[in-house]
Design a protein around this ligand. Structure first.
Ligand code: PMP
Length: 300
């Protein structure tokens, strides 16, 4: 018993359908449609200093994604919040990255979801996530892989179907840069592989409409509100590659990425090739926001 507990605590503990197991023992069925078909939804969530940042907003988005896919989550939102809190508590993390997943569940080898009686719920927590650590700015390419259109695999839904993102990331890796940026079928800028994108031009802050095919990002929304509070004009709009190359500043936002300056795109330097003043100001303000207990739900 004592050994089992020690083993449990030496590595992160994962929640699967009401049970906790150590990371190396956490397993799901090979018949799970999350694996077989990417049929499921997820959220990436951060814990800062014992506060789960924007947890309610993440849970709301998870349920909107599931609603769109006609995936009936067998827990109320309150019960789901409780499971997330318990997972962080049992892990004892003050700071963490959480991956909350709901799959269609275990079925047969056909893709008929009626054969999956119960969704699988998985909550993973890691003490940290490292993404785009280079605070001096990153380099990106516009990918030849276009963002999935606003259709069955739209990225407005945070589904387990991320092949579109994985492919563009491979292209970025092969090009020796940090990140890829998507165009939609109209040739307008959409987002990064797992980040929303913003452009600053003449002190106006612009981000693509979510109907361009991007995820309605929770960080995106916070940055839009924050920039408006700071007195900047903030707009949603269509952005062309030309406008991106000739922006004064470009930055990505996301739960894992936070705010990341982009200083070069397809070999063109952005602005003077350094993180710009508005990006730097937003990074500083965002650091304050994530430490504000009223911005999330307390774990302990
Ligand atoms: N776009 C995509 C495709 C993503 O996966 C993410 C990460 N969740 C984002 C944007 C950023 O969204 P958020 O700020 O809610 O993390």
């Amino acid at each position: 018993m004592e050994k089992k507990r020690e083993e449990l605590m030496s590595e992160p503990v994962v929640y699967i359908d009401g049970r906790f197991s150590s990371k190396s023992r956490a397993k799901i069925s090979v018949y799970d449609h999350g694996l077989l078909y990417g049929d499921g939804v997820f959220e990436g969530i951060r814990v800062y200093n014992g506060i789960i940042f924007k947890l309610k907003e993440h849970i709301d988005r998870l349920y909107r994604s599931a609603h769109t896919l006609l995936l009936q989550i067998p827990l109320t939102k309150e019960e789901m919040i409780d499971k997330v809190l318990r997972t962080i508590r049992i892990n004892g993390f003050k700071d963490a990255y959480i991956r909350l997943i709901v799959t269609r569940g275990v079925g047969d080898l056909g893709l008929d979801s009626r054969k999956c009686p119960r969704p699988t719920i998985i909550i993973i927590a890691e003490p940290k996530i490292e993404l785009h650590q280079n605070k001096m700015g990153i380099r990106a390419i516009i990918s030849w892989v276009k963002r999935d259109s606003v259709d069955g695999t739209t990225h407005e839904v945070k589904s387990l179907n991320y092949l579109n993102s994985v492919l563009a990331k491979i292209e970025a890796n092969n090009a020796g840069v940090d990140e890829a940026i998507y165009l939609n079928q109209n040739g307008h800028i959409v987002e990064g592989v797992a980040e929303n994108i913003f452009v600053v031009k003449e002190n106006i802050i612009i981000t693509p409409f979510t109907c361009s095919g991007s995820l309605p990002g929770i960080t995106r929304k916070e940055i839009m509100k924050m920039a408006a509070r700071l007195g900047y004009k903030v707009e949603e709009g269509n952005i062309t590659p030309y406008e991106l190359f000739n922006a004064d500043e470009v930055f990505f936002t996301g739960t894992a990425a936070e705010i990341v300056p982009v200083i070069e795109i397809n070999g063109r330097s952005i602005g003077d090739g350094k993180p710009g003043p508005i990006t730097k100001l937003l990074i500083a303000e965002f650091k304050k926001l994530i430490q504000d207990p009223s911005q999330g739900i307390s774990v302990f």
